[in-house]
Write a protein that binds this ligand. Structure first.
Ligand SMILES: Cc1cc2nc3c(=O)[nH]c(=O)nc-3n(C[C@H](O)[C@H](O)[C@H](O)COP(=O)(O)O)c2cc1C
Length: 188
């Protein structure tokens, strides 16, 4: 079983990263291969709206997204983690999601792509304020993304009122919730 964590926070050891690590630790078992991809470390561009897309849903641009397409397609569980930035996902996360437009087109317009395997997914998000609508904004995009890549939106963990780097470590209850979320995703 392959579990992929995708970190969309530019703070590599910030609050979202810590929660994601706890979720991945909950998902870790002898049968599970766990991997984390940090979007900030990848070299990739946003969608360039190429007019000529591929039938298999892969993008024409040759950058680090090629590696991520393969990892995502071979995963059984995907945990996406992004802080709330300006009321929604971080730009790194949104930029990665936009690069699946080619797959969306192959799937829904050309009808040349079909992912056989349904996978499970979870979404983690952290914000400084207590605006639940911000999580709803982010969640709507993630649900759309998951539907495109054939991932069932199964779990979510939203934490409000956390701002400073590493502040989440003072909240053991949230760390436990993250760990349990990871565990549930592999037990489904
Ligand atoms: C560019 C930027 C935009 C932000 N926008 C919001 C926001 O709209 N609402 C909010 O509650 N917090 C906002 N925050 C605060 C972060 O969500 C918060 O500090 C979070 O804990 C950061 O998580 P991280 O450590 O994983 O990056 C913003 C922070 C940054 C850097």
């Amino acid at each position: 079983m392959k579990i992929l964590g995708i970190l969309g926070s530019p703070r590599i050891d910030g609050n979202t990263a810590i929660l994601l690590d706890y979720a991945l630790s909950g998902a870790r078992s002898e049968q599970a291969e766990v991997e984390k991809v940090i979007l900030r470390k990848l070299h990739f561009t946003g969608c360039l709206e190429c007019e000529d897309t591929r039938d298999d849903g892969e993008c024409l641009i040759n950058d680090d997204m090629r590696m991520l397409y393969k990892k995502i397609s071979s995963s059984d569980v995907i945990i996406l983690a992004s802080p709330i930035f300006f009321g929604s996902l971080s730009s790194q996360t949104k930029m990665m999601i936009d690069r699946f437009q080619c797959l969306w087109q192959a799937k829904y317009i050309r009808k040349t792509y079909r992912q056989e395997k349904k996978r499970l997914g979870g979404f983690i998000s952290v914000e400084a304020s207590k605006r639940l609508d911000f999580f709803e904004n982010a969640k709507a995009i993630v649900k759309n993304f998951f539907a495109t890549i054939d991932v069932i939106y199964k779990e979510e963990l939203f934490v409000s009122g956390i701002e400073k780097k590493g502040e989440i470590l003072e909240h053991k209850d949230h760390l436990e919730r993250a760990c349990e979320m990871g565990y549930r995703l592999i037990k489904e």
